[in-house]
Design a protein around this ligand. Structure first.
Ligand code: ARG
Length: 567
């Protein structure tokens, strides 16, 4: 429709008496009329009254008369309706849009805004020795989708899992291990044993705060290269990663790099030196900070009193290294909104260091997750684990499939795709900054605004095409019904939606678009018979099913869902 809008604005601006209009600002006035009988495109002419010094009714009727005498290809009729210029798109034009969609195939919706550009995205990034919990779901799936959307837009993408594998908490774990741990048990039980030790440290250090000093000392030893502590730390990391990989495999998520916080430990002294040389470091009660009061922010902490580095220090070192290594055009960080200040602070420090790429650093925050209204209690070890969440989802999806389609081949892999898809879809349904709540009955309902509903609609399009695989020639003079018209309009919006989702770092634009496609497709399916239709109608209807399969498939995969052809 965009091409049509472009030629329309040119035509309108060249109508007599309209030279005061500028085609590009005209394009912004195009709207959709409230009902299809009123046309497909509308312009509220009162918005032009001031420039043209005429009443809306006069403008609308002049423009309608002009367009009817000097037709624009694709527009069948123009009308004045009380100061609104209503335009009717011809069915021939619509079918040509459908043709273009089908010709583009799997490329439809792609764009080249990222051509020749590199984006780096830091996402998921769990802290080792802890099980993945629901708090990491947001960054993992939002980050994955943002990466896929950028790739779809021509960017070359580097996905980084910036593992939290450095800091005093690993001193705590070393202390816990030395007091209460057993290596064989850790190797046998895995990450749960590490987690148990970590939680135990928490409760024990409340009784005996001396343990905290011990932990700081052990981390200091780790930072200065103590062999035994390094060996333990490597074991903690290896065991944790093995566990995380299972979740990533299940989600179909891949990373290009696992350079976590520890990777930067030897790069930190140079950064601290640079900050000092640039006159940015200040001593504050023995700690080194960068003062940000001028920017209305608390100071950015660089070194603790004992000289050990902090989270912001490591982020600054990592950003400098990534800029050199990847020469990114943007570097995106996906974390919960709770970390917004942290990012704002160290982004500022990068600017103060004199780097002109501060504005290439982007923080993408998101809201909290809860299950059936219950917030997640962290720290106590009483958290909802991602594995459990997914296992539940897959089991529940399997039960529904057994009921609806007991003979399904590949039952297990479909149950996995649908269960996990339900969780992802539900999490990406609203703007990312909003809090997400899982309600199992809602998320798994095949009739609601859910992943299963969208995947099922996709499978329906596949099933229609399996029965009628041949492509028939489109009629030269088509006559479309309202459901067909609407479906073409909805499908043709895909490229704009991709652009918007990338620009706003907002996968939910695609989730909601997928729902629009499903709803429009199901309305079409319920009112337009396919197998019994005449050859002209059948050609267009099968073409529509093929376009739905392509576009809905692309949209769902862009938010990280799998698209089984049979459910
Ligand atoms: N490991 C951190 C956490 O679990 C998230 C890291 C985000 N990325 C970054 N570059 N700071 O909270």
């Amino acid at each position: 429709m965009n091409n049509l809008k472009e030629s329309l604005s040119k035509a309108l601006a060249s109508a007599p008496g309209m030279d005061a209009l500028d085609p590009s600002s005209l394009a912004e006035l195009f709207d959709t009329p409230p009902s299809p009988e009123m046309g497909d495109i509308a312009i509220a002419c009162f918005k032009l009254s001031k420039t043209l010094r005429k009443s809306p009714v006069v403008i609308a009727s002049d423009l309608a008369a002009y367009l009817n005498e000097n037709p624009v290809d694709g527009i069948e009729k123009a009308e004045n309706a009380g100061g609104y210029l209503n335009l009717f798109v011809s069915d021939r034009y619509r079918v040509s849009i459908l043709r273009a969609i089908l010709d583009a195939g799997a490329d439809f919706g792609k764009n080249e805004t990222g051509k020749g550009k590199t984006m780096v995205i830091d996402y998921s990034s769990p802290n080792i020795a802890k099980r993945f919990h629901i708090g990491h779901l947001g960054t993992t799936i939002i980050g994955n989708s943002i990466k896929l959307l950028h790739r779809f837009s021509g960017y070359s993408c580097v996905g980084i899992n910036y593992l939290g594998d450095w800091g005093t908490q690993y001193g705590k774990l070393v202390v816990a291990f030395k007091h209460w741990g057993n290596e064989n048990k850790i190797r046998e039980i895995g990450i749960d044993e590490l987690n148990r030790l970590y939680v135990l440290f928490g409760t024990e250090s409340e009784k005996d705060p001396g343990l905290l000093d011990e932990a700081r000392a052990e981390f200091n030893k780790l930072e200065t290269g103590d062999e035994e502590n390094l060996r333990l730390w490597r074991m903690f990391k290896e065991i944790s990663l093995k566990e995380y990989m299972k979740t990533y495999d299940l989600l179909g998520i891949e990373f290009d790099s696992f350079n976590g916080e520890s990777f930067y430990s030897d790069k930190m002294p140079a950064v601290v030196e640079e900050l000092r040389a640039k006159g940015l470091l200040k001593l504050d009660d023995g700690a080194s900070i960068v003062d940000l009061s001028e920017y209305d922010m608390p100071p950015c902490l660089i070194l603790k009193r004992d000289g050990s580095s902090l989270y912001p220090t490591r982020d600054i070192a990592a950003a400098l290294w990534r800029k050199k290594e990847y020469n990114f055009d943007k570097c995106i960080y996906v974390t919960s909104a709770g970390q917004s200040l942290h990012f704002a602070q160290w982004f500022k420090v990068i600017g103060l260091m004199g780097y002109d790429w501060e504005d290439q650093l982007v923080h993408v925050p998101y809201g909290t997750f809860s299950i059936n209204g219950e917030k997640i209690a962290s720290r106590t070890g009483n958290v909802v684990l991602l594995d459990d969440l997914f296992r539940d989802a897959v089991e529940k999806a399997g039960a529904i499939i057994d009921e609806k389609n007991p003979d399904l081949e590949d039952r297990d892999s479909v149950a996995e795709a649908v269960g996990i898809g339900a969780v992802i879809f539900n999490s990406l349904l609203s703007n990312r900054i909003k809090d997400v709540d899982f309600n199992w009955d809602e998320a798994l309902n095949f009739e609601g605004n859910t992943g299963p509903y969208a995947q099922y609609s996709y499978a329906r399009a596949c099933s229609i095409l399996r029965k009628d695989p041949e492509e028939l020639p489109f009629p030269g003079d088509p006559a479309l019904c309202p459901e067909e018209k609407e479906l073409i309009t909805v499908l043709s919006a895909f490229p704009e939606k991709v652009l918007r989702a990338v620009k706003e770092y907002e996968p939910s634009v695609i989730t909601r678009f997928a729902l629009d496609v499903c709803q429009s497709f199901n309305r079409f399916y319920n009112s337009c018979p396919i197998r019994t239709a005449g050859p002209d109608e059948k050609a267009v209807r099968l073409g529509l099913c093929r376009a739905v399969k392509n576009i809905l498939g692309s949209a769902l995969r862009l938010i990280g869902l799998k698209t089984p052809e049979k459910i």
